[in-house]
Write a protein that binds this ligand. Structure first.
Ligand SMILES: Nc1nc2c(ncn2[C@@H]2O[C@H](COP(=O)(O)OP(=O)(O)OP(=O)(O)O)[C@@H](O)[C@H]2O)c(=O)[nH]1
Ligand SMILES: [Mg+2]
Length: 451
């Protein structure tokens, strides 16, 4: 009897998801079968419970996106499931949105793929920069719609409607003004970040960035590679900074960038984790988030993380798109990381390596979850980073010389340090820029004796 009472409670719980969070997902494709997996994951990431699915294979209907019969089916499904939202995985135009909405029960919202992604970003934006990027994307989404409205209103102008066109034009002007203000603020944030990157390079750090599709395991890998100390000056603490944080099997868990010191043998490496890629984004959305990827484009080395447990064709597509995205702006060497190898069947890794050798010549296979292969990855990172120079400096023994020696320890790797009665000899390796600075500091000390 207790069992049945609990059962009833569980049902009541399921029903307690508010109506506006219950969604039907729908997708139209021209040919083949519509795959609803990704839109379902996106819906879940935005906090919707998917209560129904609908797919159609046909050419686009100008008025409704779907065929009219399918829209009627959609209405029935929405009624049956008591959904409050319909999420369409297509580029739905403003009029199509309006028309579909008109066929649905009162108050049911029609959401397209991009609005859904924006909703997720809006929920996760926990830094000033991320908030500005979301705002910019929203305004850029609205602008063409306001323009369309303004010109429609103008065409429609007649007594009684006077002034409406003017009103819409001022809305349009207002959107444009806000866009330019936000752009300005984002540019100044980007400039500060660039200055910080240069400062870090000057202090002897190599900058390594994690890139790849959302859910590939970048943040999990970051936590594996990172040392305890957190170097990010972000006032807003990012959940990814927490070493004990559980990664979520969810799209777009990471939105802002986080930088932490990586645990390496010889080199001082700062590792930056950032927002993942996703397929089929309109240009205005990509552009709004472009500066998020600056830390990838400006890195000394990029680790391109792919989920190796996905089908080989999915991996290939993602690798090709990632390379296209990166090669446009990025000059740093790229190391491909096949992650999640703990999920592979015996022999699968070798097969995938073979099949993908054209797009991923020499991948490092790891499991961020178990730690397998992570040591090899560290070695590979050190091997691929631009070479260090070797130098020997002979300095007089003085307080200034001692502080130079400790500066060298901080900025490079000291192989040998030996003291004679009145001089100290330091053998070290460091980035070329650091060697140059050490030399000039040494020259400023006393009669220089550099060999
Ligand atoms: N089995 C297995 N799961 C993994 C591994 N690495 C990550 N995961 C899981 O994959 C999911 C996504 O991991 P994240 O590290 O959040 O992925 P991400 O690339 O940072 O994703 P976004 O921040 O959304 O771009 C989580 O559920 C992780 O636990 C791995 O090596 N093996
Ligand atoms: Mg992440």
């Amino acid at each position: 009897m207790t069992g049945s009472v609990e059962g009833a409670n569980a049902e009541a719980d399921a029903e307690s998801v508010p109506r506006e969070r219950r969604a039907v997902v729908a997708k139209r494709v021209d040919a083949g079968n519509a795959d609803l997996t990704e839109i379902t994951q996106l819906a879940a990431a935005a906090g919707y419970e998917v209560v129904g699915e609908l797919a159609q294979t046909r050419t686009e209907d100008a008025a409704f996106m779907f065929g009219e019969g399918k829209v009627a089916e959609l209405r029935d499904l929405v009624r049956r499931t008591d959904a409050g939202a319909v999420i369409v995985d297509n580029d739905v135009g403003p009029y199509q949105t309006f028309n579909i909405g008109g066929e649905l029960p009162e108050g049911v919202e029609v959401i397209d793929r991009f609005t859904l992604i924006l909703e997720i970003f809006g929920q996760r934006a926990n830094t000033r920069k991320a908030q500005l990027q979301v705002e910019l994307a929203e305004l850029r989404y609205e602008l063409p719609r306001a323009e369309a409205k303004a010109s429609l209103a103008k065409r429609d102008e007649r007594p009684g409607f006077m002034g409406l066109g003017e009103y819409d034009e001022s809305v349009e002007r207002d959107i444009k003004r806000q866009i330019s203000e936000i752009r300005g603020e984002l540019e100044s944030i980007a400039a500060k970040e660039e200055a910080r990157r240069e400062q870090r390079r000057d202090s002897g750090f190599d900058l390594v960035a994690l890139a790849g599709y959302t859910n590939a395991g970048k943040s999990t890998l970051m936590r594996r590679l990172a040392a305890e100390i957190d170097v990010d000056e972000n006032a807003d603490r990012h959940p990814d900074l927490d070493t004990t944080a559980e990664s979520q099997d969810m799209l777009f868990t990471t939105l802002g960038t986080t930088t932490r010191r990586a645990e390496m043998e010889r080199r001082d490496v700062l590792l930056t984790d950032t927002v993942g890629f996703i397929a089929d984004l309109p240009h205005w959305l990509v552009e709004s988030f472009e500066s998020t990827l600056d830390s990838v484009y400006r890195a000394d080395l990029v680790l391109l993380v792919v989920d190796a447990s996905e089908p080989v064709e999915t991996m290939r597509e993602k690798l090709v798109t990632s390379h296209d995205t990166l090669y446009e702006r990025n000059e740093a060497p790229i190391v491909t990381v096949f992650n999640k190898v703990d999920r592979l069947a015996p022999g699968e890794l070798a097969d995938k390596r073979g099949a993908l050798s054209g797009v991923a010549p020499d991948p490092v296979a790891v499991s961020a979850k178990t730690g397998a292969g992570v040591a090899e990855l560290r070695d590979r990172v050190e091997a691929e980073l631009p070479d260090w120079e070797r130098e020997r400096l002979v300095l007089p023994v003085s307080d200034d010389a001692m502080s130079l020696v400790s500066w060298i320890h901080d900025h490079g790797h000291v192989d040998e340090e030996s003291y004679a009665s009145d001089q100290v000899t330091v053998d070290f390796e460091a980035k070329p820029s650091i060697v140059a600075r050490a030399r000039s500091k040494a020259a400023a000390l006393a009669p220089p004796e550099s060999t």
